[in-house]
Structures are given as C-alpha cells and as structure tokens.
Write a protein that binds this ligand. Structure first.
Ligand code: NCD
Length: 367
C-alpha cells in the first residue's frame, strides 16, 4: 500500500468519506457514514421502483437493458450466502455480467501476488468490484488505492471484518420503512406521506460488539434522530463505545440493557443477531456466553405489539425460534429479498442510471 493511502487511512472518517465521493455523488460505497438522509430516502425509493417494475415482463426486460454493457467482479473471500447471492441476482436484474473469486487459492495469490495487486488486476477488466473481506478496513483501503490508478472504478463493500456492512444497513432500513409505513414507500419519498420513523423504538439484540450489521445500521439511524435505540446484550458483547459516541454526537436517544422481556411490549422493531464466534480471540472463548434469555419464542411474541417488525440479518442460530417464522411480524425473509432490490438500486445508482428508471416508473405507475 502506498504511503499516501496509509496517510489517508490515518485521517478521521469524516474526512475519508469525502474521498469516497466524486462531484457530490457517492462513488465508492464503503462506510454507512456516507449515506445522508436524502440519499437513503432516494435509494429506498429506487429499490421500491425496481421491485415493482420487475413484476411485469416488459419492466424486467427494460431493467435488464439498463446496464447490459457493464461488468462486475464479486471478490468474496469470506463466507457469504445472502450478500453474494443478492448481489449476483441484482446484477442479473440490471443486466450486468459478473464474475467471481471466492477462494484466493484459485487465483495468482498462490504465486505470491498480493491481494492489492489482485484488485488492481480486476480493475482493468471490470466496471465495479464488490468485495467481502475478513480484515477491518481492507475494503476501504482498496477504494483509496483504486483512486490512485489511471482507471478508477467503484468499490462496493459487501462486509468488512467486524467493522461495517453498509449495504446490509440499507436493506435493513428499507425493510423498516416498508414495515413502518405500511408499504407506501414511494408516496412517502415523494413527500405525500408523513415520515414514519419519529418516535419508533428499536431494540438491537445479541452480539453487538462484533456484529458489523448492527454497527452500520446505527450509523444509518443517526439520520433519524427521533428514534430510540435499545441495546440488549450480555455485558461481554456490548456495543462499542465508538458507536455510542457517534449516536450522542447525532442526538440519537439510546439505552443499554441486559434483559429483553421488560422491553417487549413497547418495541416497534427488534433486530436480532447471532453470536459472532468466528471473531473469538481464543477459539471457543464465547461458547461460555449464554444469552438464551434474549431469544425470541412464539410465547414471548404474545407480549409484543401487533405491528412489531422482527428483523435479523441472518444466518440465525437459536435466537429466533423457527416457530416464529409463520408470525406476520417476522420480516427476516422479506429482508432477504429486499437485499436483492436494494443492491439492484445501488448498482443503478453507481452507474448513474437511476434517472431512466424513475422516468420509466412515473410513466407506468402512479405512486
Ligand atoms: C451478516 C454478515 O455477514 O455480517 N450476514 C449477512 O450479510 N446477511 C450477519 C452475520 O454473519 O451474522
């Protein structure tokens, strides 16, 4: 890595965020702090439009033509099911052709090529690189490195270490929008319907210390200062102080607790997460941590609001009993599908084709 990139990475996130944009548009999608409220509203509306357009054969054909001249590399060297498949599905929806490297043993890295050089090589063939990497900050480093190349292409973060998962946060907020606004999201984004977020109480439950989805979602919720967040975890898995500081700076109300049951009746959304034991410093160290008191069961759901939204980035272990799945408040499968629409919207945005999609929508649909 060049000295220049190292000096950029030493700067505060506020300044680094600027370097990820071009002409006031997000260029590399790396950190959830990059997303303004206007951007979030627009991208959710675009996802919603794509979802509806795609239901008609003609609409699906229209979408597929939009980015048929573009090619994507999915460089996913950390396990992934949903993020990988939703990005490949999103590429298919938008007509983007894609290739993948999921195992560095099949690339020239075995001949001693660095990961950095592997990415530089991809940047010569493809128009966007979507990356998942086990090391915190590596995806961002790549974006600054690509900025120094003669041919610069966007980098999208599909999950970086314990740190961030910004596209998951976007699909999570899109799902919350749908749940809180009763489905009329385009109307809301067009200013026809009131903002459904003020006053909502959202609990984040589980391994909050090492869960990157929770961290990215907290950054995003700072654009909704009227919500209240309840962090519920055993003390060993508490959310990082850096996130709490950020919430304070943005005047977002929050509380921390170790029990979920007393909170249940007042919650509007609950975001469950699994134990992230792959990040254990000593193998097996978190096996002794038991948070089964925080698990959701059908019996506990009888004490919740009928409008509660139950989210989970998945994969789940025991934290949501499978018998909860049939409950209409379970939204985690909807979240899975929303990931595909949101990522299609992001690709459309990254390649500047959102204008054509909006025009098509407005010609063919009323809200
Ligand atoms: C999450 C991830 O990879 O961070 N999964 C996902 O992308 N939907 C959550 C997890 O692994 O627990």
């Amino acid at each position: 890595m060049s000295d220049h990139v190292d000096s950029i990475l030493a700067q505060p996130a506020r300044e680094r965020v600027e370097l990820l944009s071009r002409a006031d548009r997000i260029f590399h999608v790396i950190l959830a702090q990059q997303f303004s409220r206007t951007f979030i509203d627009e991208i959710c509306m675009l996802a919603e439009m794509i979802r509806r357009i795609h239901t008609a054969r003609q609409g699906a054909d229209f979408l597929r033509q939009q980015l048929a001249h573009r090619r994507a590399m999915l460089y996913f060297i950390q396990p992934s099911t949903r993020t990988f498949l939703s990005f490949t599905s999103a590429c298919q929806i938008m007509g983007i052709r894609h290739n993948e490297v999921r195992d560095p043993k099949t690339s020239s890295e075995v001949k001693g090529e660095t990961e950095e050089d592997a990415v530089r090589v991809f940047s010569q063939y493809f128009d966007v690189i979507i990356m998942r990497h086990p090391a915190e900050g590596f995806v961002e480093k790549t974006a600054h490195m690509i900025n120094e190349m003669q041919r610069t292409i966007p980098i999208i973060n599909g999950g970086s270490g314990k740190d961030q998962h910004p596209t998951q946060a976007l699909l999570d907020i899109y799902t919350l929008y749908q749940c809180f606004s009763g489905g009329s999201l385009v109307r809301r984004a067009a200013g026809v319907k009131a903002d459904p977020f003020p006053g909502k109480k959202i609990a984040m439950v589980g391994d909050l210390k090492r869960g990157r989805t929770v961290r990215s979602l907290c950054y995003l919720l700072c654009r909704y200062p009227e919500v209240k967040i309840h962090f519920v975890s055993p003390p060993e898995l508490a959310i990082g102080d850096d996130i709490l500081e950020y919430l304070k700076e943005h005047n977002v109300a929050f509380e921390s607790a170790q029990e979920l049951d007393p909170l249940l009746p007042e919650l509007d959304a609950v975001y469950m997460t699994r134990l992230q034991d792959e990040h254990d410093e000593a193998p097996g160290e978190s096996a002794k941590l038991d948070y089964s008191n925080l698990y959701l069961t059908p019996q506990k759901l009888t004490r919740c609001k009928p409008t509660l939204a139950i989210l989970h980035p998945l994969p789940r272990r025991q934290e949501i009993h499978p018998d909860c799945d049939a409950d209409p408040r379970a939204k985690y499968w909807q979240q899975v599908q929303n990931g595909m629409w949101m990522r299609a919207a992001l690709l459309a945005y990254v390649f500047n084709s959102e204008g054509r999609i909006k025009d098509y929508y407005l010609e063919n649909y009323t809200y």
